[in-house]
Ligand binder design. Structure first.
Ligand code: SF4
Length: 471
C-alpha cells in the first residue's frame, strides 16, 4: 500500500540568500520523502524563513504565526518551524511569545533540519496521544483553551553552528531556467546598522572548484541565468587564494548560452580586476548593484562602511568608463543617526551625479543588537520619512529619464513570466537588468525561460514597453 507523503510549505522573507536557503531546505525535505505544497492548509510542516534586516518583514512573520496557530487548532499534528535571521536573533523570545512553535533554528543550522524534524515529530506524536486522552470540557472554547495549553515541540537548532554541514548539494530549485549559487555565507564587515553579521556569522567562502562544477552542471542542464550570491561577494576567497574576479573569469569561460549575475557587492572590496573581467566577459551581465548607503563621508564613518564618498565616486567612474552602457543600481538609507540636512544633501547630490538606473531606498530603522543603537543623535522619524520621500521622488525622475532615453534600443533578455496585468504580454528581464513588457508574438505558446531580442518602444517609471523582434 502506498503511504501518503508528508507535505511541506515554506514561506520566505528577505533577500535572495534566504530564497537560496529555502531552496536548500526544500531539497533536504524532498530527500526525506516530503513533497512540496503551495497551500499552508495542506501542509504537515510549515517553515517560515525569516529576515531580520528591517522591522517590517519581522512584523509580518509574527502575523503569519497567528494564522498558523489557528491552523494548528484544526490540525494538531502540524509542525511549525521558524528559521532564518529572526530565529537566530530572537531564539527563546519566539518560544516565549509563540509557545505552539515546534522548531527554531538559524541559517547556519539548516544542515540539522532532518534531526530537528525527527525530534519534533516524536514530540508531536506524544502530544497527539495527550490530546486524545483529554476530557472534553463541554464547550468548544474551553476545549480549545485546554488544547492550546499543550506547548509545541520546542526544539532548538545549534545557534553557535559554523554552518559546516549545510545540504548544499540538495538544492530543489524553484525555476528551471534561473538558478542561484551561494558562493559564500556570512559577513565580517559589521556595518553599524546591520544585524546580518550577528545572525549569519563570519564570512566563509565555498570551494572554488565546487562552485565551478555547479555552474557547469547548471549550464549543461539548460539553465540560462545564474546568480552568484553572498553577503559580500567581492571578498570571496578560495582555498588557493582565488578571488571573486578569478571565479567570475572562470565561470565566464564555460561554453554555452547563459549569463551570470551577482549580489551583493561592497564598495570597499570591488577590485579593478573585477571591473576588467566584467569589461571583457561574454556571459557576465553588465549590471553592478553597488550600495552606497549615504553620500556623506561623515555618515559613512558612523555606518562603519570603510569607504568615503570620493572612493565610491572613483569606483563608479571606473565602472562607467570600462563597461559602457552598464546598469547601475544601489541601496540608500535616509535619516541615519546624526544625519544633518547637509549630509542628506550629499546623498541627494550623489544620486544626481551617478544617475542610477534604479535604487532601493529606505529610511533608517534601528535594529536591536546593532552598534548603531549606541550612536546618539537619532533623526526624528518624521524627518527620516520626509527625506526618504525626497529621495524616492528624485530617483523616480532619474529612472523615468533613463527609461525614456532607451526608446529605440535593442536588448537581449529572458522571458521571466507573463506580465502581471495581461496574459497576452510577457515580462522580459534584459541582460542589463531592465524589465520590459512586450506582447507575446504567439499568445498560445509558453515563452517563459526563452531568450528573446526586444526593441524598446516606450519608457515609464518602473518598466519599459517593447516589441519582441526575435525569439
Ligand atoms: S556588508 Fe554591511 S550591510 Fe552588508 S551584510 Fe555585511 S554588515 Fe550587513
Amino acid at each position: 500500500m502506498n503511504e501518503k507523503k508528508l507535505k511541506f510549505h515554506i514561506i520566505t522573507f528577505g533577500c535572495q540568500m534566504n530564497v537560496a536557503d529555502s531552496e536548500m531546505m526544500s531539497g533536504a525535505l524532498m530527500k526525506l520523502g516530503y513533497e512540496k505544497t503551495d497551500l499552508k492548509k495542506n501542509a504537515d510542516l510549515v517553515l517560515i524563513n525569516t529576515c531580520a534586516v528591517r522591522t517590517k518583514p519581522e512584523a509580518k512573520v509574527y502575523s503569519h504565526l497567528g494564522e498558523l496557530m489557528k491552523l494548528k487548532d484544526t490540525n494538531p499534528s502540524l509542525i511549525i518551524g521558524i528559521c532564518g535571521c529572526v530565529a537566530q536573533k530572537e531564539r527563546e523570545n519566539i518560544l516565549k511569545r509563540f509557545p505552539y512553535v515546534d522548531l527554531v533554528f538559524g541559517p547556519q543550522s539548516i544542515g540539522e533540519l532532518p534531526g530537528l524534524l525527527a525530534l519534533a515529530s516524536k514530540a508531536v506524536a506524544k502530544k497527539l496521544i495527550m490530546l486524545s486522552q483529554m476530557k472534553p470540557q463541554g464547550n468548544e472554547k474551553a476545549d480549545l483553551k485546554m488544547k492550546r495549553k499543550l506547548k509545541g515541540a520546542r526544539i532548538y537548532g545549534d545557534f553557535e553552528s559554523a554552518g559546516d554541514n549545510l545540504p548544499e548539494k540538495d538544492v530543489a530549485r524553484e525555476s528551471d531556467f534561473k538558478a542561484y549559487i551561494t558562493i559564500m555565507r556570512g559577513c565580517n564587515n559589521f556595518c553599524s546598522y546591520c544585524i546580518v553579521p550577528y545572525t549569519r556569522g563570519r564570512e566563509k567562502s565555498r570551494p572554488f572548484d565546487v562552485i565551478i562544477s555547479e555552474a557547469e552542471e547548471l549550464v549543461r542542464s539548460g539553465y540560462k541565468e545564474i546568480t552568484l550570491l553572498g553577503q559580500n561577494v567581492n571578498s570571496y576567497k578560495g582555498a588557493g587564494g582565488e578571488t571573486f574576479a578569478d571565479l567570475l573569469e572562470r565561470i565566464d569561460a564555460i561554453e554555452g548560452k547563459f549569463f551570470v549575475r551577482f549580489m551583493t557587492s561592497h564598495p570597499k572590496d570591488l577590485s579593478d580586476r573585477l571591473i576588467d573581467v566584467m569589461a571583457h566577459a561574454r556571459h557576465i551581465a553588465p549590471h553592478v548593484h553597488l550600495p552606497f548607503q549615504s553620500g556623506s563621508t561623515r555618515i559613512l564613518e558612523l555606518m562603519n562602511r570603510k569607504y568615503s564618498r570620493q572612493h565610491y565616486i572613483g569606483l563608479i567612474d571606473k565602472i562607467k568608463s570600462k563597461i559602457p552602457g552598464v546598469t547601475l543600481t544601489t541601496d540608500v538609507i535616509a535619516g541615519f543617526a546624526q544625519e544633518t540636512e547637509e549630509d542628506f544633501n550629499d546623498t541627494v547630490s550623489l544620486l544626481n551625479l551617478v544617475r542610477f538606473d534604479s535604487a532601493f531606498l529606505f529610511f533608517y530603522s534601528e535594529r536591536e543588537g546593532t552598534a548603531a543603537m549606541a550612536i546618539e543623535g537619532a533623526v526624528p522619524l518624521k524627518t527620516r520619512l520626509e527625506r526618504l520621500e525626497r529621495l524616492v521622488k528624485l530617483q523616480m525622475d532619474i529612472t523615468f529619464d533613463i527609461n525614456r532615453s532607451m526608446t529605440g534600443e535593442i536588448h537581449e533578455g529572458i522571458v521571466e513570466s507573463l506580465a502581471p496585468k495581461s496574459k497576452k504580454e510577457l515580462s522580459i528581464r534584459t541582460y542589463d537588468n531592465h524589465v520590459v513588457i512586450a506582447e507575446s508574438p504567439v499568445p498560445s505558446e509558453n515563452f517563459t525561460g526563452r531568450f528573446v531580442r526586444v526593441k524598446i518602444t516606450e519608457g515609464f517609471n518602473f518598466v519599459l514597453k517593447g516589441e519582441i523582434i526575435e525569439y
